[in-house]
Design a protein around this ligand. Structure first.
Ligand code: NAD
Length: 358
């Protein structure tokens, strides 16, 4: 039986990357029936919303989706479609594996980290009060002199519920993917209530997996230093939303940056796979940018579907093409103006050719 997967091409460079990814996944051996669902800038003009209900219905029906990036106009226009999707579908896990591929220029070689970031609460819950608002005044009064009168306020909710489910996901992911250690990251020496609750909950969850997966803890500031000095010592890192946002980009930087960093947003029974990078509008239609991040997001999707052999086949072919360094996009060449750089489509075709060769 083929898998039904929703494919959202996105906008900007999204459609080119989606086409390249589809080419590679179709050659992987996994049988996928694609349901194409347009969303983003052009859809806003024709349907009055960048994220029509049909897109959400399709993901709910198929349970698995992969998407190209979607532009969020700054200041005005519509809300981020990416954030709206995560909220509407309760995709509470943001999963970001960061693995070094030989041939990608980086400072470190043996990095193979996975960031598991809580996606729904923390300072990103969107509960903010402007300077001088009634709500800000009420909070300032409650704080009894600890907040200045002219402050704007953001609320940082960390719940036992959300902490439990994200840490439990990290342990299950570790077991399913043969990973050895979970490191919980927060800052409870300062935020004793919120980050303290996160750690206390994490320790409870860790007890359930004792003997199967190691568990340790780092404060987020010390973790940053560890990661830029000895990233090879760490394995799966789990943390609240804000720290996760920052550390995922830090770790993407450790392995070569945006062009090679895949991701997934996962809920209880739905999963949406996407690259970390955005729609790179200035390259739209130029067949120029690197398809690796979206193709590796497709590898995560294949693993999620249980298609381990197909996933390994694609990943090995991507690794081989990168290691050879010949059929790669401009950003992977030592000199960015290298005239031998190939386009998005040609790099995908080289990956397909490598799969055939093995
Ligand atoms: P961006 O990631 O689109 O691009 C920044 C720069 O990184 C590009 O100019 C390019 O030089 C490089 N780059 C990005 N992807 C690349 C690739 N695959 N290959 C080679 N080089 C690549 O970031 P931005 O310019 O800040 O954002 C553009 C738009 O994308 C914004 O509207 C933003 O809101 C949106 N965005 C969407 C998502 C998403 O859909 N998940 C994520 C991030 C940003």
């Amino acid at each position: 039986m083929p898998y039904n997967v929703t494919l959202i091409p996105g906008d900007g460079v999204g459609p080119e990357l989606a086409e390249a990814t589809r080419l590679v996944l179709d050659a992987s051996g996994a049988k996928i029936d694609w349901e194409i669902q347009e969303a983003g800038l052009a859809v806003m003009e024709t349907e009055g919303t960048p994220l029509p209900d049909r897109v959400l219905d399709s993901i709910r029906k198929n349970k698995v989706a992969i998407k190209g990036p979607i532009t969020t106009p700054r200041g005005k226009g519509f809300r981020s479609v990416n954030v709206a999707l995560r909220k509407a579908l309760d995709l509470y896990v943001c999963l970001r594996p960061c693995k070094h591929f030989p041939g990608v220029r980086t400072r470190f070689e043996e990095v193979d980290l996975v960031i598991v970031r809580e996606n729904t609460e923390d300072l990103y819950a969107g509960v903010e009060f402007d300077r001088g608002s009634d709500e800000a005044k009420q909070v300032i009064a409650l704080a009894g002199g600890r907040i200045r009168d002219d402050a704007a306020i953001s609320i940082k909710p960390i719940s036992a519920f959300a902490s439990e489910r994200i840490v439990d996901f990290a342990f299950r992911y570790a077991i399913e993917n043969d990973r050895r250690k979970i490191t919980a990251v927060a800052k409870d020496n300062i935020m004793k209530a919120t980050d303290g609750l996160f750690y206390r909950t994490a320790r409870e969850v860790a007890k359930r997996y004792e003997g199967r997966v190691e568990y340790d803890e780092w404060l987020v500031d010390a973790m940053c230093m560890q990661l830029v000095q000895k990233p090879e010592l760490y394995d799966v890192l789990v943390m609240p939303n804000l720290y996760g946002d920052i550390l995922s980009d830090l770790c993407a930087g450790l392995v070569g940056g945006l062009g090679v960093a895949p991701g997934a947003n996962i809920g209880d029974d739905l999963a949406l796979f996407e690259a970390i990078h955005g729609s790179a509008p200035k390259y739209t239609g130029l067949n120029k940018v690197n398809p690796t991040a979206l193709i590796l997001s497709g590898v995560l999707m294949l693993r999620h579907l249980g298609e381990r052999d197909a996933a390994d086949r694609v990943e090995s072919a991507v690794a081989a093409v990168i290691a050879e360094g010949k059929d790669v996009t401009y950003d992977m060449k030592p000199n960015r103006n290298d005239p031998t750089a190939v386009g998005t489509r040609e790099m995908a075709q080289a990956i397909v050719a490598k799969m055939g060769a093995h």
